[in-house]
Design a protein around this ligand. Structure first.
Ligand SMILES: *[C@@H]1O[C@H](CO)[C@@H](O)[C@H](O)[C@H]1NC(C)=O
Ligand SMILES: *[C@@H]1O[C@H](CO)[C@@H](O)[C@H](O)[C@H]1NC(C)=O
Ligand SMILES: *[C@@H]1O[C@H](CO)[C@@H](O)[C@H](O)[C@H]1NC(C)=O
Length: 413
């Protein structure tokens, strides 16, 4: 049977810890009597906690509502970036990973390994309970010291991770749903960022990593103040071109979101200005990047697209505003509406379609919870559920810190 890796979560563990790996600790966060049957999928985020990193999973019901399920110890610990100018944000990794996040910690000889958890659609257990994750294969080195985001191919057969610390660059792997990850020959490339481990940011750090629509390029956003995209060509065997091409634009380009209906246009949130649209032709720019100001924004860093409204939603962890943007085929764009989320501190988000409705799952970092929105058409984003994670986690003795939590991944059957 053909299996496709649909979902990947990655975390970094030290070789020291791996050598005396404790048994996987699962801590239930489920309400008494919760029945995992009848779910349509699961949502996950990561504690990225320096005292022990947990993946926190919730079941998604047919109605789109979340039920907290469990915390799975990753056998690793979180590594936090050092906040610095120009924007002092509450974000530990300075990245958007869209479907996955990677925590890290410094260890002897500064080598780190990466644990990737992969579930395949045909696996019977994920059909039953996708909130119950199981590691596959052995941890591998991330190719650097501060891995912060990962891109995976549509087929789920390859992935690349970006490292933003003292050893900065990208590293690519073949994915086997039974054996795990094996490094791709000539898949390790340098970004030459002048950084430390952990990185000081958000300036001079990677923002996001994606494959282009045709998967012939690997693209990383770099927030330097005169921002740029680093673009490698991807060969048939998954290896990368020796050097990267630079496409400049924006100030602090953060998220990278492909614009559907175009061949190579990308939307990037930019906490230095608002957002930028890059129009790419392979590894070159078709036309110069166009930036648009979001008034009052401080840290607009994460972006998601809703097929239901045809619009983009960008979260700002510092102002707690969600900004909805519409982009025309011509790549002209405008702000549709802004939604005030109080002190939620929204960051990573994912939008999925359940039935005919789009649901947006957003990590509400500053209140250590998850907010579920329904997208009820353009200009009509509504809060559907506020899931408290702080109290159940505290009752179960899982340490969660609003300054550390990261990521928002969703798996649907
Ligand atoms: C690297 O960064 C350090 C600290 O900011 C700085 O002193 C040094 O000049 C930089 N090196 C290069 C090659 O840019
Ligand atoms: C985060 O929450 C605290 C209260 O716990 C509040 O004082 C603070 O303003 C919030 N921060 C942001 C950026 O919303
Ligand atoms: C949490 O830790 C406290 C103090 O160590 C202990 O009394 C309590 O039983 C623990 N609770 C759980 C759910 O493990």
């Amino acid at each position: 049977m053909k299996t496709s890796a649909l979902f990947t979560l990655a975390s970094v563990v030290s070789s020291v810890i791996a050598a005396c790996d404790p048994p996987t600790a699962r801590i239930s966060l489920a309400k008494k009597g919760l029945n995992p049957n009848g779910n349509v999928g699961a949502a996950y985020f990561m504690s990225n906690e320096p005292s022990g990193n947990y993946l926190i999973s919730s079941l998604i019901g047919k109605d789109g509502k979340l039920s907290l399920y469990e915390g799975l110890y990753t056998s690793g610990t979180g590594l936090k970036g050092v906040p610095g100018p120009p924007v002092n944000v509450l974000d530990a990794l300075f990245t958007q990973g869209l479907h996955r996040r990677i925590p890290a910690r410094p260890i002897p000889r500064q080598r780190q390994r990466m644990l990737v958890q992969i579930r395949s659609r045909s696996s019977p257990s994920i059909q039953q309970n996708p909130a119950k994750l199981t590691p596959i294969g052995k941890p591998v080195w991330s190719g650097g010291e501060f891995p912060t985001a990962v891109a995976i191919t549509k087929a789920g057969d390859r992935l690349c991770v970006v490292n933003g610390g003292a050893i900065s660059g990208v590293s690519c792997y073949n994915v086997d749903t039974r054996k795990g990850l094996t490094p791709i020959r000539n898949g390790l490339r340098d970004l030459h960022l002048n950084q430390t481990t952990p990185a000081t940011g958000p300036g001079n750090t990677p923002g996001d990593i994606i494959f282009s629509a045709d998967e012939k390029q690997l693209i990383v956003s770099i927030k330097t103040g005169t921002g740029y995209l680093a673009i490698w060509d991807v060969n048939h065997d998954g290896s990368l071109s020796r050097t990267f091409s630079k496409v400049t634009g924006g100030v602090l380009p953060f998220s990278l979101t492909k614009i559907p209906g175009t061949t190579g246009a990308i939307l990037s949130s930019d906490p230095g200005i608002g957002y930028s649209i890059y129009n790419l032709d392979g590894n070159k720019a078709k036309s110069p990047a166009v930036s648009t100001k979001i008034p009052g924004q401080i840290a607009v860093c994460w972006t998601v697209f809703s097929p239901a409204s045809g619009n983009y939603y960008m979260t700002d962890i510092m102002t707690s505003q969600i900004t909805e943007v519409h982009i025309e085929k011509s790549l002209q764009s405008h702000i549709v509406k802004q939604y005030d989320q109080g002190i939620d501190g929204p960051m990573d988000a994912t939008i999925v379609t359940i039935g005919k409705k789009d649901f947006m799952y957003t990590l509400a970092a500053n209140v250590t919870g998850v907010t579920v929105f329904t997208v009820d058409g353009p200009g009509n984003l509504n809060v559907f559920q506020r899931l408290d994670v702080a109290n159940p986690a505290a009752a179960a003795n899982i340490t969660l810190n609003r300054l550390d939590v990261q990521g928002m991944a969703v798996f649907l059957h």
